[in-house]
Design a protein around this ligand. Structure first.
Ligand code: PCA
Length: 219
């Protein structure tokens, strides 16, 4: 029988909020088909909409049976790569999604936990990014929009019915041209973001226990 490599799923999001581009989508597209740490990468794009994002993700996981899911999204205004530690069971949309929906103060999953932690070795990933000189931090909020919804839905699936799956979420900053348009911090070139996510995948696919060192914040 022909051996097929294990799979890792990397998702990005469609552009939203009037932006012409979403770097998370470009990263997922760029990594699609690569072989990283013995895993074939499947890159896919999720709709930036509360009604469709999680069903699309679930269908992808059911079809491809990945060992690991790394979901990516854009967090405009942040200065580096944000390794998200916490998903919360709350949607509070400040802006409308791409379908015009703007739910406020509703849970992602009824009668589920209030929050989950990422099951990826975030501190090992952070150390790898630091060693490569790529600006990155641990983040303790993925917001209350579609990215947090997808992160929470993924974490709930892992906790409730897919325990051998590992998964987490990373926010990436503006591209340089987006940052310039918003009069914001410098942004990050796409090539750097792709390198960063490749390093994170390599680390997550090889390290099953995390490092232990302080990276919290006081506020
Ligand atoms: N960022 C948004 C949704 C899609 C994306 O790329 C968020 O942070 O929720």
């Amino acid at each position: 029988m022909k051996h097929t490599p294990a799979t890792a799923l990397v998702t990005g999001f469609e552009p939203f909020d009037g932006e012409p581009v979403n770097p998370s989508r470009e990263i997922a597209r760029a990594l699609d088909g690569e072989l990283i740490a013995g895993h074939r990468i499947v890159g896919a794009v999720l709709p930036t909409g509360f009604a469709r994002a999680l069903p699309v993700l679930d269908t992808l996981i059911d079809a491809r049976r990945p060992a690991l899911v790394l979901a990516l999204g854009l967090a405009g205004g942040r200065s580096g790569i944000s390794l998200e530690r916490v998903a919360i069971n709350l949607i509070d949309a400040r802006i409308a999604d791409n379908a015009g929906e703007q739910p406020v103060d509703v849970p992602v999953v009824e009668n589920a936990a209030n929050a989950y932690f990422s099951t990826l070795p975030l501190k090992a990933m952070l150390a790898r990014l630091a060693a490569a000189g790529i600006p990155a931090t641990l983040s303790h909020t993925a917001g209350t929009f579609v990215c947090n919804q997808v992160f929470f839905g993924l974490a709930d699936r892992i906790a409730m019915r897919d325990r051998q799956l590992r998964g987490g979420f990373i926010h990436v900053p503006w591209l340089p041209e987006q940052a310039a348009r918003h009069g914001d911090a410098p942004g990050m070139p796409l090539a750097t973001m792709i390198d960063a996510i490749r390093l994170c995948l390599e680390t997550a696919l090889t390290a099953h226990t995390d490092l232990r060192y302080a990276s919290g914040t006081e506020h």
